[in-house]
Structure formats: structure tokens, C-alpha cells
Design a protein around this ligand. Structure first.
Ligand code: ATP
Length: 311
């Protein structure tokens, strides 16, 4: 299958001299949801703006649906919908009118049946006659998505869809993306949050300082980094870990220098985490446990270890 988006050795150097993208290559398949994860200034917006034809590349090529975004920009752009970071809506315009207007801007013939389908899928149909200023923040964001979908694009770009929104709205946005996924829309979104990328994306790309450091299926990435730690505090210090513990568990154990704490790293997704085996094993060997606690490697830590590891 030919990828719907093909990014080949793309670099962007702004006039200011900033290298915002440095030799990025990436293919995105039809129907896929890809999250671009990276800290502030990593180059995420520049990457999607370049694919959308809003920023011209310094070198490299981008093809959307097989169309070069520079040589064949009209055909390429027709396939793209972009939801920008900032909410900019005409406050007195009705929801339905602003979606119709955007469709018209693309030179598409009116198709109210399709727009109804889009508004219904975004739970906005009941609000079609509301003026945009009467909507909540979450609804406004959904209107932006409806506008971006108004010309039936094949690829939708969401630039930080949950920047500055509360937890409830964030979850609402995840549901919206899930709904779009079911309709087969290819989605590329940017985010600062690994949790969000994990929730929504089939694949995660990590971008830092203009470089795409890795792109992996979400499950694979989370399997590598989504670990949790169990800390076992002891009454009496151990000089060494018991030698005959279950080997699978034993290899993930670390004894602290003072011999009073055992740390066990385990995968929360594993069918059997090994916690019961560890505690039973310690008890059977007469090791008295004072307290236990668990700690999830915070998403920020995971993210930092990803960046550090890649560097
Ligand atoms: N129009 C511009 N002119 C000059 N430099 C720019 C321009 N736009 C972005 N940059 C620079 O390019 C780099 C990448 O910025 P970009 O906005 O793509 O990052 P980002 O990953 O989207 O960041 P954020 O998460 O903060 O939105 C930054 O150093 C930024 O200052």
C-alpha cells in the first residue's frame, strides 16, 4: 500500500537561521493515527505546516496522496484538513454557516447532507444554529475540526488539540479522535503528552530539535518504556538478595546500598506482573516486609529518558 503522506529528507531552516527540521523522513499510511510528540520548539508545528504547504521546505520533498505539495499543491491541499492550535472563529457566525463557508472556500459544491454527517459525528448537530460565541471551549474546538473536515479531506492534522484544556475536555477530544478513526480518517496530531499519544495513536513519532528521533507502534514503545516500580521496605537489612527467588522476578530486582529497600521493575501490561511471586518468595525465606509502594515512571520521566537515550 502506498503511504498517504510521504515525507522525504525534509529540512527547514527559517530566515532567522533556526534549523527547525533536520532531514526528516516519514511515511504515514491511510487510516493511521500518528502522534508527533516533542517538547516546545521541537519542530512539530513546522513539520505539519510544511506538509500542509503553509511553510516552504528548504530541502526535501513531501507528497500527499502521491501529489508533490509544491509542484502539485492544489491536488495535495485538497486532501488535507488542518486544525490549528489557536481557536479563531467569527463570534457571531452560526456553526452551520461557518462550516458551509469553509467548504465553499475549497471550491466544493454545497453538500449539506455531508456536513450534517460531520456535525453529527462531532456531536454538534444540535448546535448547528448556535453562534460560535455561545459555545464552550470544547465545542469551539470541535467546530474547528468540522471546518477542517468540510471538504472531505483524507488526512487531518490536529496541532495540539488539547493544549490548555482541562482533563474532561482532553478526554472528550480523545473520543472525537476515536470517532474519526472509525470513519477511516488518517490523523496526524501533535502533543506534549505521552499519555495522550498513547491513548490516541497507532504510532508515535518523537521529535526533538528538528530531528525525528524514532517512530514506533504505540504498543511497542509503551512496552519498552511503560514500566512501574514496586518498592519493598524491609525491617532488617539484607546483605544480598535471596539467591533462589523465581529467576524471572529476580532479574528485575535491585537491592539498595543500605540493604533495606528492594526495587522491582515490572511491566504493568504483562499478564502476570510477578508481584505476588516476589512477596510470597520473600515471605517464604523469612524476609520481613515493612511496607510496599508502587511508583509509575512519570510520563515526563519516560519522555526524558526517550530523549536522553536517543541523544
Ligand atoms: N516563522 C518562524 N520564523 C523563525 N523561526 C521559527 C518560526 N516558526 C518556528 N520557528 C522556530 O523553529 C523551531 C521549531 O518551532 P515549532 O513551532 O515547529 O516547534 P513545536 O515543536 O511546534 O513547538 P511547540 O510545542 O512550542 O508548539 C523553534 O526554534 C522556533 O522558534
Amino acid at each position: 500500500m502506498t503511504p498517504i503522506v510521504e515525507v522525504d529528507h525534509l529540512s527547514k531552516r527559517y530566515g532567522s537561521g533556526t534549523f527547525a527540521l533536520n532531514d526528516v523522513s516519514l511515511n504515514i499510511n491511510e487510516g493511521e493515527i500518528l502522534a508527533l510528540l516533542g517538547p516546545n520548539g521541537a519542530g512539530k508545528t513546522t513539520l505539519i505546516s510544511t506538509i500542509c504547504g503553509l511553510v516552504s521546505p528548504s530541502s526535501g520533498t513531501v507528497r500527499v496522496g502521491g501529489h508533490d505539495i509544491r509542484k502539485d499543491w492544489r491536488a495535495a491541499r485538497r486532501l488535507i484538513g488542518l486544525v490549528p492550535q489557536e481557536i479563531a472563529l467569527e463570534p457571531f457566525e452560526k456553526v452551520i454557516d461557518c462550516v458551509r463557508f469553509t467548504r465553499g472556500l475549497y471550491g466544493e459544491a454545497p453538500d449539506d447532507a455531508y456536513l450534517e454527517e460531520v456535525l453529527r459525528s462531532l456531536a454538534l448537530w444540535d448546535k448547528r444554529d448556535a453562534r460560535t460565541r455561545e459555545l464552550s471551549g470544547g465545542m469551539k474546538r470541535r467546530v474547528l475540526i468540522a471546518k477542517a473536515l468540510s471538504h472531505r479531506p483524507k488526512v487531518l492534522f490536529l496541532d495540539e488539540p488539547t493544549a490548555g484544556v482541562d482533563v474532561a475536555l482532553r478526554r472528550e477530544m480523545w473520543l472525537v479522535v476515536d470517532e474519526l478513526r472509525k470513519r477511516g480518517v488518517t490523523i496526524i496530531l501533535t502533543t506534549h503528552y505521552l499519555e495522550e499519544a498513547e491513548e490516541m495513536a497507532d504510532r508515535i513519532g518523537v521529535i526533538n530539535k528538528g530531528q525525528l528521533m524514532l517512530v514506533k507502534p504505540t504498543a511497542e514503545l509503551m512496552g519498552e518504556f511503560g514500566k512501574k516500580q514496586l518498592t519493598v521496605d524491609l525491617y532488617e537489612p539484607l546483605s544480598a538478595l535471596p539467591a533462589d527467588l523465581d529467576p524471572e522476578v529476580a532479574e528485575a530486582l535491585v537491592l539498595s546500598a543500605d540493604g533495606l529497600h528492594i526495587t522491582y521493575s515490572y511491566d504493568t501490561r504483562a499478564e502476570r506482573t510477578g508481584i505476588a511471586r516476589l512477596l510470597a518468595g520473600l515471605s517464604a525465606r523469612g524476609v520481613a516486609v515493612r511496607d510496599v509502594g508502587t511508583k509509575e515512571s512519570s510520563l515526563e520521566e519516560v519522555f526524558m529518558s526517550l530523549l536522553e537515550g536517543a541523544e
